[in-house]
Design a protein around this ligand. Structure first.
Ligand code: GRF
Length: 203
């Protein structure tokens, strides 16, 4: 299967996918990596792996819809079977969703539907949860509201309240990378179908 991955930051989820796709048996190849900003480690990881990259900054476009259209065109160029948003910190617009609906896989560092949005880790910590984790889901027109495919659980410990969630996010990311690689590989090899919010992957 053909993947395009979108990032906004360190790209450790991307790195896990780069390593997984090195094995032909995994059944997926990354055609390109896109970002909403320059100068991030995620783009350096892509370049080091010899992958084509593209950047679309919202401020380079007259408005949000124009940015969405440009991002959609850049991704469509690679004819992806799946688009993976891994730490991509922009809400995708309606044109993008329409172009790739049912084929956009996102990973979120909390147990959706709890704690959606850009601060899932610290929101869960501030709420005082005893367990949190990560969610791999299909992207729909909402914010972190699409059908859930898989989740991983991470215990919260007292020490997590002392460092602003840094250690907790790292523990979540350890689980998240494994979950994302597993799910993307299964979707790539088996395909999937969606029945009223349930995502079915054969086998
Ligand atoms: C991940 O935990 C992702 O769920 C969240 O931001 C983090 C991105 O990490 N949105 P990386 O850029 O893949 O290292």
């Amino acid at each position: 299967a053909r993947l395009v991955v979108l990032v906004s930051g360190s790209g450790t989820n991307l790195q896990a996918l780069i390593e997984a796709t090195a094995d032909p048996a995994y059944g997926a190849e990354i055609l390109a990596v896109g970002a909403d900003r320059d100068g991030i480690a995620g783009l350096e990881r892509a370049e080091k792996a010899g992958l084509p990259t593209f950047v679309h900054r919202v401020k380079d476009h007259p408005d949000r819809a124009a940015w969405d259209r440009a991002l959609t065109a850049s991704v469509a160029e690679y004819r992806p079977d799946l688009v993976v948003t891994a730490g991509f910190m922009k809400i995708l617009g309606s044109e993008f969703i329409a172009a790739f609906t049912g084929r956009i896989v996102n990973t979120h560092p909390a147990l959706l539907p709890a704690f959606p949005g850009a601060h899932g880790v610290t929101d869960a910590l501030a709420y005082g949860v005893k367990v949190t984790g990560c969610t791999v889901h299909l992207v729909d027109s909402g914010v972190d509201t699409g059908p859930i495919i898989a989740q991983g659980v991470v215990e919260v410990v007292d020490a997590d309240h002392a460092d602003g969630g840094e250690a907790l996010h790292e523990r979540i990311k350890t689980v998240e990378r494994k979950l994302l690689v597993d799910i993307v590989g299964r979707l790539a090899r088996e395909g999937h179908r969606i029945e009223d919010r349930k995502v079915w992957i054969p086998a």
